[in-house]
Design a binder for this molecule. Structure first.
Ligand code: GLN
Ligand code: ZN
Length: 774
């Protein structure tokens, strides 16, 4: 039998009890000094390494920790902090780090010409983690600042751990960045490679001297559709890096390598890590192609989801690989565990059944240990492994057979909806619906509305918290929320908005609110996952067939509508967004789960309509982020995603107006899919791009009505009416005015009331101005 080693590409860093989050927030409030913050960080690292070693990992991973973001760490490591911040060398590295992460307020108003706005944040591949985007230009120079990383290697070594350091590979690091200067092709980033590589080489030499046995270089971009220039850059770059003498493990994850399999296999490195969950079908070809002397690290345990593994299936997948490989095989999670919560130990309230089906980060380390033991020849330990396998097997069997998971009636209904020709089609084409809706709603030209939420005041949050703690009973809570709704309605009437909203006071989160009321969803107490910096999210777990036992929003909507003669929008979250922001079942295709959620939302649409609600909004801000990393898979995704939306909406009669909303995104390449939703009205975030987004809709000849956001809700600034008039005139040049709505960019829940009413007042004046100009 062969010696199997285990490692992981990375571990969560926020802390089992979110220690890092709380330390950061205290530090930013000035309640904690830098050395206390660093002390917390170093304790967390020590704890995480200890946990890894206790589970028998052969190396601890060093370099996955970051106070805010690992990409930002690389910006400092390679000395490429953007010049626009105007750092003059007097600031501490930590002060510069947080200035990049959070913005440097000092320069916002001083007129010195510096621009201290925070680095842009964007999604890390197809995860819900957000990284800080490096800014590169032709003038970017690099310099090496490896002391903090080397100190962490020393920390781990001092604790007696064998060390594998993780770094972003040079090509992925450059790819993730953007050009500040708009001019120039995307490939200009690639021209920086030559400047960057010598510093990587130098760093690798230093790491080796510091006692790092391995250096893992993450190049997940090998799973993307890469331009040829980028693909071609890999071989010479790695040839150079390999000269450092460090043992390099090239790590790929999240997506199949496809045309890059042979490239990844032949790069001059000592080992290759592959994602055997997302790219399971490639494992055999990698095992064949990878030269015999290289380490093959098999990411066999899912790092992106929270399900306990099918260990028998894992063994079955590993056996042929082991048989093929004469060189070393390592076992690992598919990717960094950054994307899953810490430990089930923090979930005492989860029922035993559900709990036995799950594995968070720590439990996944246990699974690696079991696989390692099972594959080792040592008879003494195999009895223990047998017990571990038996426990996993029986948990899986109970999950497969559980009536909590499988509901034949739901499956039959969804299959029927999926198969029915009419289920995802409105009764009439848009033009006819529009006519009926105009007759019913009698809205003016340039109708005004908002996106749904109104300020979530401290008072609202306090009431909800008291209700959750049991200090406020249901009638009292309902009373408090009704008062908020009434307040919101009166404000909107006074302002003169045309289509009102109830304000979403009763919702703490647009997915959690629905998940809590749907069958098939579970919630953890502490299942936090880092979203960015100190921000964490606690995604719901969709474990079973989804249905709606009873109406979820109708009571609130009816109450709100009863207060006013103006139409009040019913407000729902769409199936794709609910899916995208949850941990999703791995025992059926995502598409199937999406359709089940769609059926539940459809029930809610029908009930709202029956309650007399004339306008219903189904938010889908996550439609675009669900796109697969490979373009070849886009069509299949968009087909089921848009169908799920239509199944939710199409139950509405012609005279009911369906809205949808999407936040800022690159819409241009998915416009056909957006049109395929066939919503009567779409509101989009567009003011930040000065209506440029709308140009795409216009040249695509988007057929239905559009509300391009006319002001940015992310800042308390109250824009003047004239600014919004300008934006609307711009919009009316590209989109027929009869198709245009007037609304803010997104929901107003993070704003306070005074700025909200002031801004809406100006927005309504702007709409009135445009009506005059018709
Ligand atoms: N209706 C939601 C709100 O207004 C939409 C939020 C979103 O787009 N993310 O808060
Ligand atoms: Zn939005």
């Amino acid at each position: 039998m062969k010696l199997i080693q285990t490692h992981i590409p990375g571990f969560p860093r926020i802390g089992a009890a979110r220690e890092l989050k709380f330390a950061l927030e205290r530090f930013w409030r000035g309640e904690l000094n830098e050395s206390a913050l660093q002390e917390t960080a170093s304790k967390l690292r020590a704890q995480h390494w200890k946990t890894q070693r206790e589970h028998g990992l052969d190396f601890v991973t060093v370099g996955d920790f970051a106070l805010y973001d690992h990409v930002a760490n690389h910006i400092q490591l390679f000395g490429c902090e953007p010049a626009r911040f105007g750092f003059d060398g007097t600031e501490s590295p930590l002060a510069r780090y947080f200035a990049m992460a959070r913005g440097d307020g000092a320069h916002e108003t001083c007129g010195c010409g510096q621009n201290g706005a925070a680095l842009e944040m964007t999604k890390w591949f197809d995860t819900n983690y957000h990284y800080l985007v490096p800014e590169f230009s032709g003038a970017t120079e690099f310099s090496l600042h490896s002391e903090p990383l080397l100190a962490q290697v020393a920390e781990a070594r001092a604790a007696g751990h064998p060390v594998k350091v993780v770094l972003l590979g040079p090509l992925t690091f450059l790819w993730l960045g953007k050009e500040r200067a708009a001019a120039g092709a995307a490939d200009a980033r690639l021209e920086l490679l030559e400047r960057l590589l010598p510093l990587y080489s130098k760093l690798l030499v230093q790491l080796r001297a510091a006692g790092a046995e391995w250096v893992q270089l993450d190049e997940p971009i090998l799973g993307l559709d890469l331009p040829n220039a980028w693909r071609n850059a890999f071989e010479p770059a790695y040839w150079l890096l390999n000269q450092s003498g460090a043992q390099l493990l090239l790590a790929t994850y999240f997506s199949p390598l496809e045309e890059n399999v042979s490239l990844a296999c032949r790069l001059p490195v000592a080992g290759l890590h592959v994602d055997a969950v997302r790219a399971a079908s490639e494992l055999t070809s990698v095992a064949d192609w990878l030269p015999a002397h290289k380490v093959l690290s098999v990411g066999i345990i899912d790092g992106r989801n929270i399900w306990r593994s099918d260990l028998d299936a894992a063994l079955a997948a590993l056996m042929p690989v082991l048989a093929k490989r004469s060189g070393p095989v390592w076992l690992s999670t598919s990717c960094s565990l950054l994307h899953v919560p810490y430990s089930l130990a923090a979930e005492p309230a989860l029922d035993e059944g559900l709990r036995s089906w799950l594995a968070f980060a720590e439990e996944k380390l246990g699974e690696l240990a079991l696989l390692k033991t099972a594959l080792s020849a040592d008879e003494r330990v195999s009895g223990q492994a047998a017990r571990g396998f038996a426990a996993a097997r029986s948990a899986l069997a109970s999950r497969r057979a559980s009536p909590r998971v499988h509901n034949a009636a739901i499956q039959a209904r969804v299959a029927a909806l999926d198969g029915a020709v009419q289920a995802d089609r409105r009764a009439s084409p848009f033009a006819e619906r529009q006519r009926q809706q105009q007759a019913r709603l009698k809205l003016p030209a340039f109708p005004t509305t908002t996106i749904g939420s109104f300020p979530q005041t401290a008072q609202i949050r306090a009431a909800r918290a008291a209700f959750k703690r049991g200090e406020l009973d249901a009638p009292a809570y309902q009373q408090a929320m009704r008062a908020e709704i009434e307040h919101a309605i009166r404000q909107q009437e006074e302002l003169g908005l045309d289509v009102l909203v109830h304000g979403e006071a009763e919702r703490n989160d647009m997915v959690e609110y629905f998940g809590e009321q749907l069958d098939g969803f579970a919630f953890t107490a502490n299942g936090w996952v880092q979203s960015y910096g100190s921000r964490c999210v606690k995604p719901p777990i969709i474990y079973g067939d989804v249905q709606r036992p009873q109406a979820m929003t109708v009571g609130w909507a009816e109450y709100a509508q009863g207060l006013t003669g103006k139409p009040v929008k019913g407000m729902l979250t769409g199936p794709v967004t609910i899916l995208q922001w949850s941990f999703v079942r791995d025992d059926q295709p995502r598409a199937d789960t999406a359709l089940q959620i769609a059926a539940a939302i459809r029930d809610e649409v029908r009930d709202l309509e029956q309650a007399g609600i004339a306008v219903i909004q189904i938010d889908e801000p996550a439609l675009r982020e669900g796109l697969p990393l490979r373009r070849s898979r886009w069509d299949a995704y968009l087909a089921w995603a848009t169908k799920a939306f239509r199944i939710s909406a199409a139950v509405a009669g012609d005279a009911t107006q369906i809205h949808t909303h999407m936040c800022y995104a690159e819409f241009n390449d998915i416009l056909p899919a957006i049109a395929a939703l066939d919503a009567d009205v779409i509101t989009i975030e567009s003011s930040r791009s000065a209506m440029e987004l709308l140009g795409g809709f216009a040249s695509f000849r988007y057929p239905n009505e559009i509300g391009p956001g006319v002001y940015d809700i992310h800042s308390p600034r109250v824009p003047g009416s004239d600014e919004m008039v300008e934006l609307l005139r711009k919009a009316a040049k590209v989109v027929p005015p009869a198709q245009l709505w007037v609304n803010p960019d997104c929901g107003l829940k993070t704003r306070a009331w005074p700025e909200t009413t002031a801004a809406l007042q100006n927005m309504i004046s702007a709409a009135r101005q445009l009506r005059k100009e018709l």
